[in-house]
Design a protein around this ligand. Structure first.
Ligand SMILES: [Zn+2]
Length: 318
């Protein structure tokens, strides 16, 4: 007992020392959970030192087939604010929130985004078959809205409003951070449009492993064909592969890209059969590990644009 009291006293002393040293940071950062790594990075950019962000689905991990653990329920239970993408992306979320007992706000980052892209769920989602609500054979919104930088700006506005409200003492700083971040997003949007405009329109046809680039396609004028339906859980059959190879030849697709959350072997085989170039690795749904090529949303986006443009131009990627 005495030991506990002493350690509490020590901690209290340490806290008061910190308060004296850093008077502007007198409030503890608030504990925030984001459903996946890309969204977690956006929240961190806006919240800066005022937030402690945990992403449930981490780097190089597929949110479509995520299986939450009791540790994830604990993370949500101790959060003051939870951010999710919405648009049906986190099929596992409702059950997780329920089991965690979390009663705080859940901010849907994609709020207000135009989801004109309605895609059919594909026929065999291994993951959906395990669930009570299969998504096959019906129209569902495409959740990958962050693949258009203009949508990312909307995400940041939503995050800004939520964080400014949750951090009244730091709302001005949060507003400023959001404004700076949006400037960088807009600059990358302009650079993306300029880079793609330099590629001949008839060469802007590529293949990816899953349908993650519908918003990119619409915003930047690149046609994406995908191996799978909307989710990564389905594997193309042999007959589908033959059909895809035919399509590549017919459409004169310039490049095929693999992803950090998908098995690259099928794409490699299709590239071999069709003669299309393997254009490198794209990051669709997850950041890469801290300290690597795509460990922030903006680095991820920039990497994808450079890789896609090189692939379409017939240049080799590493
Ligand atoms: Zn996806």
């Amino acid at each position: 007992m005495l030991h506990v009291i002493l350690s509490c006293l020590k901690r209290a002393a340490l806290v008061s020392v910190l308060l004296l040293v850093v008077p502007t940071l007198n409030a503890q950062p608030i504990s925030v959970v984001a459903s996946f790594s890309i969204l977690g990075d956006m929240v961190r950019e806006v919240g800066g030192p005022y937030v402690e962000v945990t992403s449930l689905v981490g780097p190089n991990t597929d949110s479509h087939v995520f299986d939450p653990t009791p540790a994830d329920a604990k993370r949500i239970a101790s959060a003051q604010l939870v951010f999710v993408n919405g648009l049906g992306y986190e099929g596992w979320l409702d059950r997780l929130v329920k089991s965690s007992g979390y009663r705080g706000p859940i901010v849907v980052a994609s709020k207000g985004i135009s989801t004109s892209l309605e895609l059919k769920g594909s026929h065999s989602h291994a993951q959906d078959e395990k669930r009570e609500h299969p998504t096959h054979a019906r129209a569902i919104p495409d959740p990958h809205a962050w693949q258009n930088l203009a949508n990312a700006e909307r995400y940041v506005q939503t995050i800004r409003i939520a964080l400014a409200a949750a951090l009244p003492a730091h709302s001005a700083a949060v507003e400023q951070r959001a404004t700076d971040y949006i400037k960088r997003i807009r600059a990358l949007d302009q650079a993306t449009k300029a880079q793609i405009a330099a590629v001949a329109v008839e060469r802007r046809k590529v293949i990816t492993s899953h349908d993650a680039f519908g918003y990119f396609s619409q915003a930047y004028g690149v046609t994406f064909y995908s191996l799978q339906g909307l989710a990564t859980a389905s594997e193309p059959t042999a007959a589908e592969i033959v059909r895809i190879v035919d399509q590549i030849k017919k459409q004169k697709v310039t490049a095929i890209f693999t992803e950090n959350i998908s098995d690259p072997r099928v794409l490699d085989r299709i590239a071999k059969d069709s003669g299309a170039k393997v254009g490198g690795l794209l990051y669709a749904d997850a950041l890469t590990a801290p300290g690597t090529a795509a460990d922030t949303y903006l680095k991820l986006f920039e990497h994808n644009v450079t890789t896609i443009v090189r692939g379409m131009s017939g240049q080799a990627n590493e």
